[in-house]
Design a protein around this ligand. Sequence first.
Ligand code: 5RP
Ligand code: MG
Length: 217
Amino acid sequence: MSRPLLQLALDHTSLKAAQHDVTLLQDHVDIVEAGTILCLTEGLPAVRALREQCPDKIIVADWKVADAGETLAQQAFDAGANWMTIICAAPLATVEKGHAVAVARGGEIQMELFGNWTLDDARAWYRLGVRQAIYHRGRDAQASGQQWGEADLARMKALSDIGLQLSITGGITPADLPLFQQINVKAFIAGRALANAAQPSQVAREFHAQIHALWGE
Ligand code: 5RP
Ligand code: MG
């Protein structure tokens, strides 16, 4: 198992505030995400600004695309994203079109696993060439008390067995990481745990310390 990466999700309602946190955290994370909330609020310039601010980082456009896969992928990758998310409810045709643009631009599509999806869906995405998925506990589900459980871990393992590289997110803190020790994790995606911390870089260090302790040096 390779050691998981750390991804900073920027779900700010202002690009200026997001960029401030990038200044504090970019040396402490591997991947920077233009979050859904940031992109819906500030638009495409948010992706461009993050690419400019972090020329050497992997940039994710977390757009959770449901339709118009080709056009939106062109927009995301031309703005400087390396990876773009598509929601699992999207038609296969949307995934196929988005993936074709990603391949042409040297990027990747990540499937966002919210709500209803099946392992047959996952196999179909894999057959199209998609290699990444995000296992997600939504903000609202978390707020209404949804916890991580054995069923989540079993589904994560099944997705890995299909060949998908998994990122895990949804209110993740360093203390949660031992839960996922048996899972082959591509990245842990953290938003509020980093952005709302009194000392964001200290929390990023705690993530890395846990990752090294659990997945090795
Ligand atoms: C929500 C998202 C968030 O970016 C992701 O969940 C990370 O944020 P947090 O750690 O605050 O949950 O995509 O749909
Ligand atoms: Mg996100």
